[in-house]
Design a protein around this ligand. Structure first.
Ligand code: CA
Length: 223
């Protein structure tokens, strides 16, 4: 899952990025509401962490803007002074949760998990595909009740493919899903991680390569 971080303070944004990356989330970071809107035109995010004090339009007007354009992903607001009035205002505008600065990275990651769990609703974030059970919130893959250990990158690739099951996912998109601020990843590396993922999934599902187009996760029906 990719999270959008909207924070103009580099030190805070670095800390958030490091914390969420360590919790195996893929993060896209921008420093203004305007840049956030541009990013949202190009990509779907599982949730957004938005600082209130931004240059230009502030974080609360960004939330209002998102809701008025039909974006329903969970939003967590970061604020330096979290007064009751601020909270009520943010909730009225459609925010889902708050965190006052300063905060611990572990708490932010826990709040993000909770919000995404809530957003995934009745399904509990668990997707069942024949012999596979993919817990998007708990980040566990089970095949025939046995847990399969995946690396962080294999997990991000699987997640990206599972959320678009039956659809072609471009290599570029997968590359973007696993990239993090410290390590760029080459198209060849995506291929390597995909083949490792394939080996772990075995016959439970097929990750098909479509030359020049990308990859597609296909369910294997039991016979
Ligand atoms: Ca700020």
């Amino acid at each position: 899952m990719r999270l959008l971080i909207v924070e103009d303070d580099d030190i805070v944004a670095d800390a958030i990025t490091r914390g969420l990356t360590a919790a195996n989330y893929s993060v896209h970071r921008v420093a203004s509401a305007e840049a956030a809107q541009a990013a949202l035109m190009n990509e779907e995010f599982a949730m957004a962490v938005i600082d209130v004090g931004l240059p230009g339009a502030d974080g609360l007007s960004l939330v209002r803007r998102l809701r008025s354009t039909g974006k329903t992903m969970p939003t967590l607001i970061l604020t330096a002074r979290c007064t009751l009035t601020d909270k009520v205002k943010a909730l009225d505008l459609g925010a889902d949760d708050f965190l006052s600065k300063p905060f611990e990275a572990a708490e932010l990651a826990a709040r993000c998990r909770a919000l995404m769990r809530r957003a995934s609703g009745a399904s509990n974030g668990i997707i069942k595909l024949n012999r596979m059970s993919i817990d998007l919130v708990g980040r566990r893959l089970c095949i025939d009740d046995g847990e399969i250990e995946l690396t962080a990158r294999e997990w991000l690739l699987l997640e990206c493919l599972v959320l678009r099951i039956g659809l072609i996912v471009s290599k570029e998109r997968l590359q973007q899903a696993v990239a993090n601020p410290d390590h760029d990843i080459t198209p060849n590396a995506v291929e390597v991680h995909i083949s490792r993922l394939r080996a772990k999934i075995g016959a439970a599902a097929t990750v098909r390569t479509l030359r020049g187009l990308g990859y597609r996760l296909e369910e294997v029906k039991s016979s």
